[in-house]
Design a protein around this ligand. Structure first.
Ligand code: SF4
Length: 342
């Protein structure tokens, strides 16, 4: 009878120790496997030179390290952004985007194949929901992107396809792999989970004292506009969301980032700029204003004049604001453009 080999990718250190125990090997071998896979990016047991010949052969028979398949990688003309399109074992396609921001090397990961939330300005929302990604598929994106770019990311943002707070059971186990010194060695302060406002997920992060940063994709300053742009706001209304974020910030003492995608005629009014700082009063917060990237969807970014006036109004308040243009628009790699297509 043929034994089914176990995919070791995405397993945490304790899980690897347990696995090697199950094949009669001492736990420290699990820690060696951890270091080879995540610290050195090695995916062939035969290349793990300190494991011993017999153990390597035993692993060949009982285990495997299987990554998603890289379909294409597209580079922006200036070389600053790379989009990796990958296919999973069951045929679903997902994307990860690497942004070279000089001091920072940021990798944007997907947490789901597609997305169920249907934000009306987002290309991922328009393709619908496939399924949750598993830890190996999340870590696999990281390893593939690293091999395409040839370096290690300094920052991870879960802002690719999907809503990470609806897949915390699979996302959270990847964090200790990313932060371990003998893993990817990325500081927990440089890992961000971005949510459209899933209140139970925010509460869980606070309750479990999850060490990473939280970003809220806000995109509106009143409930009606938010519901129009982000239908999930019907279930988790703006006032309740802000209360939950305040409680999160109070418990964790982390500053929260609010992402605000500026969309012409929707959320770029004077009253939005005036209301935004008031809404966030009492929350240690930073606002990231992002210009909408055009897709096939019927929304446009505001004019330059409008953006600069919006900025002027916002900057009158004592709140940390940054304006950024999303990168990678020409390869459909920018915020809201990921649709799992080449
Ligand atoms: S913005 Fe995020 S949560 Fe909303 S549809 Fe797109 S991927 Fe899903």
């Amino acid at each position: 009878m043929k034994t089914i080999s176990r995919n070791l990718l995405g397993l945490t250190k304790p899980q690897l120790e347990k696995f090697v125990g199950s094949i009669g090997v001492k736990p420290y071998r699990g820690r060696q496997l951890f270091r080879w896979m995540y610290g050195h990016g090695v995916t062939k047991f035969q290349d793990m030179t300190d494991l011993g010949k017999d153990l390597r052969s035993q692993l060949e028979r009982t285990a495997r390290i299987t990554l998603p398949t890289l379909v294409t990688s597209q580079w922006a003309e200036d070389g600053s952004t790379v989009k990796c399109l990958m296919e999973l074992q069951d045929g679903h396609r997902i994307e990860a985007v690497w942004m070279d921001e000089e001091v920072r090397q940021t990798l944007c990961l997907s947490s789901q194949a597609g997305c169920a939330l249907g934000c009306t300005f987002c290309a991922t929302g328009s393709v619908g929901f496939g399924r949750n990604l598993t830890p190996d598929e999340i870590i696999g994106q990281l390893m593939i992107a690293e091999s395409v770019v040839g370096r290690r990311p300094t920052n991870i943002v879960f802002m690719g396809m999907g809503e990470p707070l609806l897949n915390l059971d699979n996302v959270l186990p990847t964090l200790p792999i990313m932060t371990a010194g003998d893993g990817f060695a990325i500081s927990h302060r440089k890992i961000t989970l971005s949510t459209c406002g899933i209140i139970p997920g925010i509460q869980r992060l606070a309750k479990e004292n999850v060490k990473c940063k939280l970003a809220i994709s806000l995109n509106a300053t009143d409930q009606d506009t938010r519901v129009r742009l982000m239908p999930i706001a019907k279930k988790y209304p703006l006032d309740d969301l802000l209360r939950a974020v305040k409680a999160y910030a109070h418990t964790t003492r982390y500053r929260v980032t609010f992402e605000y995608v500026l969309i012409a005629g929707e959320n770029d009014r004077d009253e939005d700029a005036l209301r935004l700082p008031k809404l966030l009063k009492g929350i240690p917060a930073k606002i990231n204003i992002i210009l909408l990237n055009p897709t096939d969807l019927p929304y446009q970014p505001p004019s330059e004049d409008r953006v600069s006036y919006f900025e002027t109004l916002l900057r009158r308040h004592k709140i940390h604001v940054s304006f950024r243009k999303s990168r990678g628009a020409e390869i459909s790699a920018a915020c809201g453009q990921l649709a799992g297509k080449t």
